[in-house]
Write a new protein. Structure first.
Length: 110
């Protein structure tokens, strides 16, 4: 696959998430409190819940249903009940636009 435009940078509000579906892959696009833009899998690994409906705090996204927090940097759960990570996608900013390739995930080692 190739990268796809998902929105303009200005379309993203600080400390909020926006759900997009690219190639059948649900992705939560998040602008954190520092203004950095992240993209992680939009489905909580504890239940079939959209993470983009959750709460953003610093560099985490919390599932609204059961409270699991996921790192926007690594995709790893930081609290139970989730224990499996979500994928983290590469985000490219080109001018004023946000692009994501749903087939390109970040290799996270930490």
């Amino acid at each position: 696959m190739t990268r796809e435009r998902v929105c303009a940078v200005a379309d993203l509000e600080t400390d909020t998430a926006k759900r997009v579906v690219l190639g059948g892959v649900p992705i939560a696009v998040v602008k954190d409190s520092a203004g950095d833009i992240h993209a992680i899998g939009d489905t909580c690994t504890h239940g079939d819940i959209s993470l983009s409906e959750g709460f953003v705090e610093d560099d985490t996204l919390e599932c609204w249903a059961h409270g699991s927090q996921f790192s926007l940097l690594t995709g790893k759960p930081l609290s139970l009940p989730a224990y499996e990570p979500v994928p983290v996608f590469v985000v490219e900013i080109d001018g004023d636009d946000v692009y994501i390739d749903p087939s390109q995930t970040k290799e996270v080692t930490a």
